[in-house]
Design a protein around this ligand. Sequence first.
Ligand SMILES: Cc1ncc(C[n+]2csc(CCOP(=O)(O)OP(=O)(O)O)c2C)c(N)n1
Ligand SMILES: [Mg+2]
Length: 359
Amino acid sequence: MVFLRAEGFLGASLEWDKEWLPQIYKIHMEKRAKEKKVSPGEQERHLLYQMMLIRRFEEKSAEQYTKEKIRGFLHLYIGEEAVAVGVTQALSDEDYVLSTYREHGHALAKNMDSGAIMAEMYGKLEGCSKGRGGSMHLFDANINFYGGNAIVAGHLPMDVGMALASKKQQKNIITCCFFGEGAAAEGEFHEAMNLAALWQVPVLFVCENNLYAMGTALKYTHAMQDLEKKGGAYEIEAYAVDGMDLIAVSKAANDAVKYIKTNNRPYFLVCNTYRFRPHSMFDAELYRDKKEVEEWKKKDPIPKYQQHLINKKLLSKKQIDEMEKQIEAEIKKAVIFADEGSWEPIEDLTKFVYSGQKA
Ligand SMILES: Cc1ncc(C[n+]2csc(CCOP(=O)(O)OP(=O)(O)O)c2C)c(N)n1
Ligand SMILES: [Mg+2]
């Protein structure tokens, strides 16, 4: 685990030039490899920082969307932050992560640079996918973050393939795949689970059960709604956890990682959670009661974890306010980076489509 954001690693000493981005990540990875967890509470404060960063970053994204700085699709993760942060803290930097179109939180938890994400959503060349992917296609192989995948469940077979490759290459890494409960009703989910178990590959399947697939509630998509039980059909070890509780998710994810490493087998973790916002920016939310949303907001993982750290005397209210300011500064910097970014020249548009030119 590293402290990239809390320490402001991407500081003024490095130019925000597009040519520099891969180099920045290289240096960043080297720096991270040397870092060690130090003083008591540092890890906990870092996890809180990440959850708060995800929340504020997405609130800013919604704002930029209404200003038409961000166009196209935008799916917010607000309410589900404990899942991305709790699971990712259990992984190493070398582990692979794949996600859905609701992936800003996973990318930030994997330490993707917030400026590169904002620029991507703006469609700017300095974005992590050169502005060609947008919100749903964040990608950066340098930090082992393999999307941002827009097809529901489409990344599950890729996840198993990547884990098989790493097994054959004798790399001691895990491939972690985040997906919604809607994806767990798709054929790819079952095919992926079957092959992962058959080939005994090191995959961590993480189902984010937020109870809705667009406007369709869980009870209308799954005959059997205790999703973790689906692991049994493939003899995959499975567990369901309260996805609104960072401590519970972290513990469950640590246990899952330990299991995968010890047994060289896949694991299925179901995180029961809730999205506080609509499915996307085009959703009138006619399928759920406002009271239900308000009830779930009482389980907000961020104030819950803040209170926990205060009770444990690992953090004061004043320090939380300082953290808010630090996050505000980081997001401001990300917005400036995106605002000042450049548009890809029209003559480059045919590049990286079918040609062999490397991006
Ligand atoms: C194969 C496929 N079918 C339909 C869609 C349209 N679609 C986009 S998101 C979504 C809901 C998926 O819900 P879930 O897996 O629970 O994830 P959540 O959005 O709740 O995070 C659907 C049906 C799609 N992108 N891909
Ligand atoms: Mg869902």
